[in-house]
Design a protein around this ligand. Structure first.
Ligand code: NAD
Length: 310
């Protein structure tokens, strides 16, 4: 039986990864310190024999007994609200945390996949963003704590690959949504759904013409699995290339939530908010044979149904 360590296991993506690998018959070692995650996301896994859990901060020394075939490093605050509140932890988990897991991967001879982000492209000067684009990041702006931690994470991972010949994979994840995102984590889709469900104003920052590309979580998880099993060590973008404006997504959410009385209002744009965001997924298509399949209407409905029932 394959054994896999998943850091950030109690978070949005980490918990979906745990569910996915349990179904694939892996033995899972989940690790999380709950700074942004919740036990509710994984409590259904505790009775399962092939699931173990460590409440541990991966920015401190990490060790687990037994063999480890794979490590997925997903621990990190991920929404602007979280990383602006926890700038040092964010920098530490991307740098020290990644270093610890690289060390563990060396000892255990495991393959390590790290969760990078489209935010490494910053406020991009090219659209869509292909993996060859180096980005436009302000290192000392408020978002720098996340963007630069992830850029360092990629750099040290490549260094271990080149110097120590470690097997590594780098996924650059673009905006992903679905059940288990926290309603109050500040990301657009949960915030708009919460506002629409409670007949509150839908708050758009800026004029709403900035664009995003939203990928449904199940699609992303399948792409991560394919990348993990591939033999490709350079970064790969995973996301949905269908680009829409924030105004449009707000309207679609109003249409998804029955009988909402919410109206759209506009507020001042935060500093360094990217104007455009759209993945070029040519590489993922070619190397992994992957493309997202879930239609946004269906994805939004599934996400809304989750919030309705919690
Ligand atoms: P999340 O906040 O739901 O999950 C992150 C998890 O990591 C939480 O459970 C948190 O408690 C845990 N964590 C944070 N620091 C830790 C530490 N030092 N030790 C142990 N656990 C720690 O966020 P998410 O959306 O699931 O994001 C997961 C990963 O994917 C992050 O690395 C994020 O940067 C990356 N990512 C996510 C998206 C997205 O759209 N969701 C986009 C790009 C990249």
């Amino acid at each position: 039986m394959k054994r896999i360590l998943i850091t950030g296991a109690a978070g949005f993506l980490g918990s979906h990864l745990c569910d996915f690998f349990i179904k694939k018959d892996y033995h899972i070692i989940g690790m999380d310190n709950f700074i942004t995650g919740s036990i509710k996301n994984i409590q259904h896994l505790f009775p399962i024999k092939n699931f173990e859990f460590y409440n541990h901060d991966v920015s401190k020394f990490v060790f687990v007994p037994g063999k480890l075939d794979y490590i997925l490093h997903f621990a990190s605050p991920a929404s602007p609200i979280d990383y602006l509140k926890m700038p040092i932890q964010t920098l530490k988990v991307g740098s020290l945390g990644t270093h610890n897991l690289l060390g563990l991967a060396r000892v255990k001879k495991s393959r390590l996949l790290i969760a990078s982000t489209s935010e490494i492209y910053g406020d991009p000067k090219v659209n869509p963003q292909a993996e060859e684009y180096w980005g436009n990041v302000n290192p000392v702006g408020p978002r720098g704590v996340y963007d630069e931690a992830k850029r360092f994470q990629e750099a040290i991972t490549m260094a271990y690959h080149n110097y120590h010949k470690l097997e590594t994979r780098i996924v650059r994840i673009f905006n992903t949504y679905g059940p288990r995102m926290r309603l109050h984590d500040g990301r657009a889709i949960p915030t708009f759904i919460y506002q629409a469900m409670n007949n509150k104003d839908i708050t758009i920052f800026g004029d709403g013409n900035q664009t995003r590309s939203f990928c449904y979580v199940d699609d992303l998880i399948k792409g991560i699995y394919k990348l993990l099993l591939s033999d490709y060590h350079l970064p790969v973008n995973l996301g949905n290339p269908e680009e829409i404006t924030i105004n449009q997504i707000a309207k679609e959410i109003i249409d998804t939530v029955p009988d909402t009385k919410s109206k759209i209002v506009y507020k001042k744009l935060p500093v360094d908010d990217p104007q455009v965001r759209r993945p070029d997924i040519t590489k993922a298509k070619k190397i992994l044979g992957w493309a997202p399949k879930t239609d946004r209407k269906e994805g939004l409905k599934k996400t809304y149904d989750y919030y309705k029932n919690i």
